[in-house]
Design a protein around this ligand. Structure first.
Ligand code: AMP
Ligand code: SF4
Length: 492
């Protein structure tokens, strides 16, 4: 059985070890990106877009805006609403802008890694924001440094800017093409130049990148790009489709051009975006997340029924699946765990240790809904198992007679190298333990996960266009990491 510290919270520092000389503080970051072209209040709208994407990264945020001649940029640690006060937004004039929210759990979390990153080179000023993770960044950075490049950050995204600056191509679009052909892994990138926005997606389309339009009172139309469509809803933009895997889109004074900078590979859209990461009110990879999650719950109820009195979601991640489980099983749905949404990072903990303090800060059980009941708890995933154990204990101590845990995806057995923050292999409870051992660890009366087949069904993946590597260990691209060396296997 894996030794897991009781008080290890999920969001504790954790990162992949790639050798002692590794220059990147972490190799996976969860992020949200937004870009807008053609609106006099570009920065204000990017701010609103980032506000809607806050769940994709809460550590730092930034906006870069261009007034047509110069790029102005603000990057700070903290939440979007705290950083971008009216005074700060006034420092960001212009009609095109990009923005970024970033989450990093490990190593150096300093401001210099906050995005958008920018550079001034022979192709002009360029700023970039990235969602994803470059799997060949270490090798590229080593080569660039040997050639004299001096890096300012420890973020893999900076490699892209150095490749652009060094390209022999004379135009920015040409230099970007050059850079995009050298990077590998997962990337949804948004670039800002003095007079245009350029966006691009990796050839597998791991991470989402939606496109939309926004009508102005003047009759003109602005173009918007975002990690998730919930950002369009907030600013009143219309979702028109996705940037395609392997595609580059340029929006400038001459209009919009779309081109494939490379041959698209077999798509490998991240299934975890639908399981957990994206907001349920978003359309991701052209599919409604809420619909996927409810279907996960329904199929989970069919595959793993329980004779129980009440279905309780672990808020907020288990809500949609619990609704699906309840409607399929006919067992009533009850919000018997209440989440405090206002838990901030600056919260001062009492000096005297209180048992399970961390989880109590976030969740509180509703005793009269649980007392004497046989409870089915529904959550999206078990990573280390420590959160589930605390919640099972909490529900039991609130009087539940039985506690059954149901998880709306298969066991997480392998880390993600494409931009989702999962801990290393030895910390993943399902990578090292049997189902029965995990059940015992989380102290549940029973435990069951959704099958891979049902996850596929839930995300409507009839064409085999999704990545499931964290559930199967079969990575859609070649990954060479100390911890795991896997051949290109195709997406499971
Ligand atoms: P654990 O205690 O490590 O098993 O944590 C499981 C909880 O973490 C579940 O409630 C998930 O909703 C949540 N979770 C799963 N994956 C992630 C992730 N990549 N980032 C943040 N939270 C996550
Ligand atoms: Fe998503 Fe998992 Fe694939 Fe990473 S490994 S891209 S989290 S499905």
């Amino acid at each position: 059985m894996l030794e897991l510290g009781e008080d290890t919270p999920f969001d504790e520092p954790a990162f992949y070890q790639r050798g002692e000389d590794c220059v990147f503080d972490k190799l996976h970051e969860e992020c949200g990106v937004f870009a807008l072209y053609g609106h006099p209040e570009a920065a204000n709208l990017v701010y609103l877009g980032l506000y809607a994407l806050q769940h994709r990264g809460q550590e730092s945020a930034g906006i870069a805006a261009s007034d047509g001649r110069k790029i102005h940029s603000v990057r700070k640690m903290g939440h979007v609403a705290d950083i971008f006060t009216p005074d700060v937004l006034n420092q960001l004039p212009g009609e095109c802008a990009i923005g970024h929210t970033r989450y990093s759990t490990a190593g150096e979390t300093s401001l210099r890694n906050a995005q958008p990153l920018s550079v001034a080179c022979s192709k002009g000023q360029v700023a970039v924001a990235h969602n994803g993770n470059l799997t060949n960044a270490i090798e590229l950075r080593r080569d660039l440094e040997e050639d004299g490049s001096i890096f300012q950050s420890t973020s893999d995204t900076e490699v892209v800017l150095h490749l652009v600056a060094r390209s022999r191509e004379r135009t920015l679009a040409g230099a970007l093409r050059d850079a995009l052909l050298q990077i590998e892994g997962a990337f949804s990138l948004v670039f800002l130049a003095e007079d245009r926005i350029i966006v691009a997606r990796d050839p597998h389309g791991f991470r989402p990148l939606a496109m939309g339009t926004l009508e102005l009172a003047s009759g003109a139309t602005a173009t918007v790009f975002a990690s998730e469509t919930c950002a369009f809803d907030l600013i009143g933009a219309t979702y028109t489709g996705d940037v395609q895997p392997g595609e580059m889109v340029i929006v400038g004074p001459e209009g919009m051009t779309r081109e494939f900078y490379t041959r698209p590979e077999k798509p490998a859209h991240c299934s975890f975006e639908h399981v957990y990461f994206s907001r349920p009110d978003s359309i991701v990879f052209g599919k409604a997340v809420a619909e996927s999650r409810e279907r996960m719950g329904r199929l989970l109820a069919r595959e793993h029924p329980v004779d129980a009195d009440v279905i309780v979601p672990v808020p907020d991640s288990g809500v949609a699946a619990a609704i699906g489980y309840s409607s399929e099983s006919g067992i009533p749905y009850r919000q018997a765990l209440i989440r405090n949404h206002y838990v901030g990072r600056t919260f001062i903990e009492p000096s005297q240790a209180i048992r399970d303090f961390g989880v109590k800060l976030k969740l509180n059980p509703v005793r009269h809904l649980l007392e004497g009941k046989r409870v089915v708890l529904v959550d999206d995933s078990i990573v280390r198992g420590t959160t589930s154990r605390k919640i099972v204990r909490m529900v039991r101590s609130a009087g539940a007679r039985e506690v059954h845990m149901r998880i709306s995806c298969p066991p997480t057995i392998s880390p993600c190298y494409y931009g989702v923050d999962t801990p290393s292999l030895h910390e993943l409870i399902a990578a090292n333990n049997s189902l029965e051992q995990i059940r015992e660890f989380i102290e549940a009366d029973s435990l069951a996960y959704l099958s891979l087949e049902s996850l596929r069904d839930s995300v409507r993946d009839s064409d085999d266009h999704f990545c499931y590597a964290c559930y199967t260990g079969h990575y859609p691209t070649l990954i060479q990491i100390d911890e795991v060396i896997t051949a290109k296997t195709g997406c499971c």
